[in-house]
Design a protein around this ligand. Structure first.
Ligand code: ZN
Length: 585
């Protein structure tokens, strides 16, 4: 924020809903001129502009959803300096006419304050939403070198970060990292079995808006039909459906007319629905980054929400098959770099699913954040597990990595394990690694044991892996503490197959209160429909829950609820109080 005010370039990594809009609203208010915001999320512009106006900021937008005349009028107002903040889709901003005529006129007239690039990870092909046109945004820098650029993204991997800085030609940007930990999300992995569908249907019946992600359109259609057949208000969403139908589905979901959307990963990016209560991955996600984004669509209002992943061996075979299909369309030769990256991404997803450590720690370590200790809100933390001491084995493993490094050689975990277990492979013997002092010292442990240890060391950030597809190991400061015997290493003993436990659903915890809560939700829905608004705009779930708990019966008591300001008190207070009066305590 301070950097934004000082006019320095900025790269801010913050999870969605992390208050990023405030970061560019303030400079827009304090400095003269216009702040231009480039955002690919057309569906969200109107929402954001409405919120800004509610806060007294002169803001507007143009995008393809507006009639041409309306767009032209807003641009004229922009040129007259009537706006402090203006949203544009990248394709509009990159029009030659806009770049060469409109922009210089803004600069000469009301003045340019800053460029804000939202969803900046779209410039990186390492990110999950690569958009080639985003790269051309660097022309803003060349045309207006003195105007600061503020880039925002909810994608945190170091590789994407470096790419954003290079592609958009940021100059010594201030980098702001917000923690990606989302304490209100509960993480869980369940084996994919014959019971999985019944579990999913039960979750849907327990209530709350939910998203189910599947890998293929066919799966999406099948699952949607099955849930509908079982009485769930569910609809499919994938790129093969007509745009109009997709828009209707989105709208119905936001307005709570639909409870569940079954979708391919295309769903959710441009949707502002803070009260999604659960996200289920029915198939294995392609990347852990994608998983963190998609599961992160749950619980943006800060209320408890569930993220569940189904994991089965067949999914791994499918994923491996798809990776093998990555070939040059002309020569038919394998695209090795892409395949390598695909395999690493699959290993990471698998590592998460098979981990016996805290899921949150695994996800955060992948995003470059270290999270120590038990979170208490994932299946691994809440299910009792036995810890075993593996300090000796960890030292053997790490010292093997150290020996190789001394020789200027670096390998992945599989090769290190081969050395420790005294493998007689040609590759190993040819390199003379059978002469290392650590060769064969881990013979007595099984391959599975060693793999489990290696995975655990990576998850506990006791060894680093490169992100270039090779997963080459290197030591960090913590590895050396282990090697010096300064810190013990414990890992969870892999329970054969942990029985999935029922997690109490936040909305069904107290049946009496649950009924009142449902009643308040119905009222909110009715008021929302009357005004053509999404329900959460009236009150968030947290406000309704407090209402059910405290049962305010006067306007003064009602005003004390979280999320109730003067305007909402005046507009909705009486309606809710009379509903509360009718409900016996
Ligand atoms: Zn945990």
């Amino acid at each position: 924020m301070r950097d934004a005010l000082a006019g320095r370039d900025l790269l801010a990594l913050m999870p969605t809903g992390g208050g990023k809009s405030l970061c560019f609203q303030l400079p827009a208010l304090l400095k003269p001129g216009v702040t231009l915001v480039v955002s690919p999320l057309i569906a969200l512009m109107q929402d954001q502009v409405r919120q800004l106006r509610d806060n007294g900021i002169a803001a507007s937008f143009v995008n393809s959803s507006l009639p041409a005349a309306e767009g032209a009028q807003r641009l004229a107002q922009l040129l007259r300096g009537e706006y402090q903040l203006f949203y544009l889709a990248p394709e509009r901003l990159l029009l030659p006419e806009f770049l060469t005529a409109t922009l210089p006129r803004i600069a000469a007239g009301p003045g340019l304050n800053a460029f804000v690039v939202d969803e900046a990870h779209c410039v990186s092909e390492w990110g999950h939403d690569f958009r080639p046109d985003y790269r051309q945004l660097s022309s803003l820098r060349r045309r207006h070198p003195t105007i600061p650029m503020f880039c925002f993204t909810a994608t945190a991997t170091p590789r994407v970060r470096t790419d954003i800085i290079a592609q958009l030609e940021l100059r010594d940007p201030a980098i702001h990292l917000t923690s990606f930990n989302r304490p209100n999300l509960h993480y869980e992995v369940r084996p994919k079995t014959k019971r999985s569908y019944a579990e999913l249907a039960a979750l849907a019946r327990a209530g709350g808006a939910g998203i189910v992600y599947c890998l293929s359109r066919r799966r999406v259609e099948e699952l949607a039909a099955q849930l509908q057949g079982d009485g769930v208000r569910a609809a499919p969403y994938h790129a093969g459906l007509a745009a109009e139908l997709r828009r209707e589905t989105q709208e119905a979901f936001i307005r709570d007319d639909l409870q569940v959307v079954i979708a391919t990963v295309a769903f959710g990016m441009g949707i502002n629905k803070p009260d999604v209560r659960w996200v289920v991955h029915y198939d294995l996600p392609k990347t852990l980054e994608g998983y963190s984004q998609e599961s992160g669509r749950a619980g943006r209002d800060g209320d408890p929400a569930h993220c569940r992943l189904y994991f089965g061996a067949a999914d791994i075979r499918t994923a491996e098959f798809l990776i093998q299909q990555k070939v040059d369309p002309e020569t038919g030769e394998a695209l090795e770099a892409e395949q390598r990256l695909g395999r690493q991404q699959l290993r990471q997803v698998r590592g998460y699913a098979e981990s016996t450590e805290c899921r949150r720690a695994v996800l955060l370590s992948y995003l470059g954040e270290s999270f120590t200790g038990a979170c208490g809100a994932c299946d691994n933390c809440s299910a009792p597990k036995t810890l075993v001491d593996r300090s000796t084995e960890a030292r053997q493993f790490l010292s093997c990595v150290a020996r190789l490094a001394q020789r200027g050689e670096r390998f992945g975990a599989a090769y290190v394990i081969d050395i420790l277990r005294g493998a007689r492979s040609e590759r190993l013997l040819a390199r003379g690694h059978d002469s290392l002092s650590v060769y064969g010292i881990g013979k007595q442990r099984s391959l599975a044991d060693w793999r489990g240890l290696a995975r655990s060391l990576a998850h506990q950030a006791l060894v680093e892996e490169t992100q270039d597809g090779f997963s080459v190991l290197c030591l960090n400061a913590e590895s050396w503490r282990v090697l010096r015997g300064e810190r013990p290493v414990t890992i969870a003993r892999d329970a054969a197959e942990r029985e999935p436990r029922a997690v109490p659903h936040p909305e069904t915890a107290d049946p009496a209160q649950g009924a009142l809560y449902e009643r308040l939700r119905e009222l909110r829905k009715r008021l929302a429909n009357e005004q053509g608004l999404p329900p959460y705009v009236i009150f968030h779930d947290a406000t309704l829950r407090e209402m059910a708990l405290r049962r305010p019966l006067t306007l003064a008591q009602f005003a004390d609820l979280p999320g109730v300001g003067q305007a909402k008190l005046a507009r909705y207070g009486e309606s809710f109080i009379s509903a509360l009066r009718q409900h016996p305590a």
